[in-house]
Design a protein around this ligand. Structure first.
Ligand code: SF4
Ligand code: SF4
Length: 371
């Protein structure tokens, strides 16, 4: 596993991070035995960065890490990142209560990287009211956290504002080659200008960049016949100097094995390889995708629509050219009462979407296409 020393934090991190938001499940519960095996494999191969959040897996992710990681390894063997959901807080006391609950759920004395979760302009305004960043700095002084940061889903000017107005050790951004020209490049440049290292989330865009349509990914095959699409997406972000850790939401053993193999000796992309990425991006952009990452912040829909699933089926339909399979998957969703036909246009979901997707309008179009 490649490691990276971060001079501004005086610490070393593994370049690959274990995202604990999409762990394997059986009947809706996290499969802890599978997770233990995945964690054992990861640690044996030098992965030390584990990323969770109060809200992941219906608020059970931290408890799973306690059982599968914290209780089985010495504290110095791994680095923990956790996130405070400010949308659950009304006061400064609530913020402190959420943090103490996180320590309790994880069963640790301190958290290494503490983030304010999914920050945007509104949440930053609230964070200032309740002095959330000041609280993070106080926790640092008390030794209850090591570094203060935030994960971010908003426009570049909001990132600049947050970095100017707060005191931050790092920032977590959504960066991948598909979003690079739209906004990710600008976010990267702003964070770099402020001298804060970047933790990357969604490097393969919720899995979408791991399995491209053959016509789309042809430049990758031409440049390197045996390579996988996921490898290209991970190498793209690993080529950026100011990227510290690259998170991957680990869903099964095969994924972690592949990711670990990629990061054993990950190399930056050459100029020719960058050109291949550009060609793939052009081919993908030519397809009308919904920019949904599957984060599920929009859920639950009060009328039962499984919003991210509808968008995933649609994007797969576009990217993979598997028309019959997509229509069958959508028909099942409708039969289960979770299709786009259930949308009542109440717009409740739109307030929560970090990608600012016009959810009801897109749902209506997709229903017409796939019904
Ligand atoms: S707009 Fe549609 S999908 Fe969104 S919450 Fe309302 S009913 Fe659900
Ligand atoms: S529609 Fe928006 S909030 Fe919902 S899963 Fe997709 S990106 Fe996330």
């Amino acid at each position: 596993m490649q490691k990276k020393y971060l001079p501004s934090l005086d610490t070393t991190v593994s370049r690959l991070g274990f995202g604990a938001m999409r762990m394997p499940t059986i009947d809706g519960e996290v499969d802890k035995e599978a997770v233990k095996k995945m964690i054992d494999t990861a640690i044996a191969q030098g992965l030390t960065y584990f990323d969770t959040a109060y809200v992941y897996h219906g608020q059970k992710s931290e408890g799973v890490l306690k059982e599968c990681l914290v209780e089985r390894y010495p504290r110095e063997a791994y680095t923990l990142a956790d996130k405070i959901p400010l949308w659950f807080a009304k006061t400064s006391e609530d913020v402190a209560r959420l943090f103490e609950e996180e320590l309790e759920r994880l069963g640790v004395e301190y958290i290494d990287f503490l983030l304010l979760h999914a920050m945007n302009a509104d949440r930053w305004a609230f964070a200032k009211e309740v002095h959330a960043n000041e609280y993070q700095l106080e926790l640092k002084k008390q030794g209850k956290i090591r570094y203060a940061g935030f994960s971010f889903h908003d426009k570049p000017e909001v990132l600049r504002q947050m970095l100017s107005e707060g005191q931050w050790d790092f920032v977590q951004l959504q960066i991948n080659y598909f979003d690079w020209d739209d906004y990710a490049h600008e976010l990267y440049d702003i964070a770099t200008e402020f001298g804060v290292p970047i933790i990357v989330m969604e490097p393969i865009r919720g899995g979408a960049l791991a399995a491209l349509a053959p016509d789309v990914s042809a430049p990758f095959r031409k440049a390197c016949p045996g390579s996988t699409d996921a490898e290209w997406a991970l190498r793209f972000v690993a080529s950026l100097d100011n990227v510290a850790v690259i998170l991957s939401g680990m869903s099964n053993q095969e994924q972690i094995d592949q990711n670990l193999a990629t990061f054993a000796d990950i190399q930056p992309l050459s100029a020719d390889e960058q050109q291949a990425v550009k060609e793939v991006m052009d081919a993908m952009r030519a397809k009308p995708l919904v920019p949904c990452t599957g984060c599920r912040y929009c859920m639950d829909c009060p009328f039962g629509v499984d919003i991210p699933k509808v968008f995933r089926i649609y994007n797969e339909y576009q990217m993979f050219n598997v028309v019959e399979r997509s229509k069958k998957a959508y028909a099942k969703l409708v039969a289960d009462g979770n299709g786009a036909d259930k949308c009542r246009n109440c717009k409740a979901c739109m307030k929560h979407c970090p990608q600012n997707i016009e959810i009801p309008a897109r749902l209506a179009e997709i229903h017409e296409l796939l019904k």
